[in-house]
Design a protein around this ligand. Structure first.
Ligand SMILES: Nc1ncnc2c1ncn2[C@@H]1O[C@H](COP(=O)(O)OP(=O)(O)O)[C@@H](O)[C@H]1O
Ligand SMILES: Cc1ncc(COP(=O)(O)OP(=O)(O)O)c(N)n1
Length: 269
């Protein structure tokens, strides 16, 4: 049901709640508001975590997840959707089915697998479901280096490996690929982007000497979704998101005693 009235830009995030507020749905909502975009949420998981790590997590029943999608699709005018923590195979399947069923605009798949402290946020047996059911729906997939390795089976050691992995992710069905370089070594971090038309570019930034990077992946994908909802093309959306993300790490705030959250009030380009 939609009216003729001009709808405010809206995105949907499908992910888990982080009790400490720095990652997951909490980061996505903060990012959307910072972009003057309205965030709707499908809660898949609830976690008990803080800046030291994840202490507990529980996944919601499939039925309430399906109902959240239906309620949102019945009323809101979602312009882009992003996924984050999905937990296990069953939940990947439920989310993939809903994403295929509703028109929610471009689909950004952030294949979250492990939190900064090392806790698993996706079971091993769910990786096949991500490959077979989510990647074919992805307008853009945004793995970090470890996730790209898990999804492709390619050990990424050189720039050639990176390109090979991105091509393999396209073969698996993702139209566009952004492999994030935050887990790389050295003073510079490089993200690699391979677009559907086979054009490519890198985004290089200095590594900021900080432990306050909790939620970087979520914030990046949510900023891309927000920029798409604002009407930017994918390349511009990625570049603006990267600039925002860098500012949120650089202009740090101190919350907690471990891997603290980002400053979502920071201003990018
Ligand atoms: N210390 C840092 N300084 C600057 N940028 C960072 C830092 N850590 C992460 N980033 C940026 O955050 C983004 C996501 O980081 P990454 O660790 O690769 O993904 P994830 O958070 O999903 O594990 C990348 O673009 C990376 O360059
Ligand atoms: C509920 C929840 N979702 C996702 C994450 C992981 O966040 P991400 O930005 O991918 O990575 P970290 O920077 O937090 O490692 C999480 N921790 N919790």
């Amino acid at each position: 049901m939609t009216s003729d009235l001009q709808q405010f830009p809206q995105i949907l995030t499908v992910a888990g709640i982080d009790s400490s507020g720095g990652a997951g749905i909490n980061a996505d909502v903060a990012t959307a508001f910072a972009h003057h975009v309205y965030p709707a949420t499908v809660v898949v998981a609830v976690t008990a975590q803080n800046t030291y790590g994840v202490q507990a997590a529980t996944l919601l029943d499939a039925q309430i997840i399906e109902q959240q999608f239906a309620s949102i699709a019945d009323d809101l005018a979602i312009k882009a959707v992003k996924t984050g923590m999905l937990g296990d195979r069953e939940h990947v399947e439920v989310v993939a089915k809903a994403l295929a069923n509703y028109d929610l605009g471009p689909i950004i798949i952030d294949p979250v697998m492990v939190a900064k402290g090392g806790s698993k946020l996706l079971t091993d047996d769910a990786i096949t479901a991500v490959k077979e059911q989510l990647l074919p729906l992805a307008t853009l997939v945004t793995p970090n280096l470890l996730e790209a390795q898990q999804l492709t089976g390619i050990e990424i050691k050189t720039p050639t490996d990176l390109v090979q992995a991105a091509k393999m992710l396209q073969t698996l069905g993702a139209k566009n690929v952004l492999i994030k370089g935050g887990h790389g070594t050295g003073d510079e971090l490089t993200d690699y982007v391979l677009l559907a038309d086979q054009s490519e570019f890198t985004l290089v930034n200095p590594r900021i000497d900080t432990i306050r990077t909790h939620g970087t992946g979520d914030t990046y994908a949510a900023a891309i979704a927000s920029n798409l909802a604002l009407g930017h093309d994918l390349t511009t959306a990625i570049k603006l998101a990267k600039s925002y993300l860098y500012a949120t790490v650089a202009d740090e705030i101190i919350v907690g005693h471990g891997h603290g959250p980002l400053n979502h009030w920071a201003k990018g380009e």
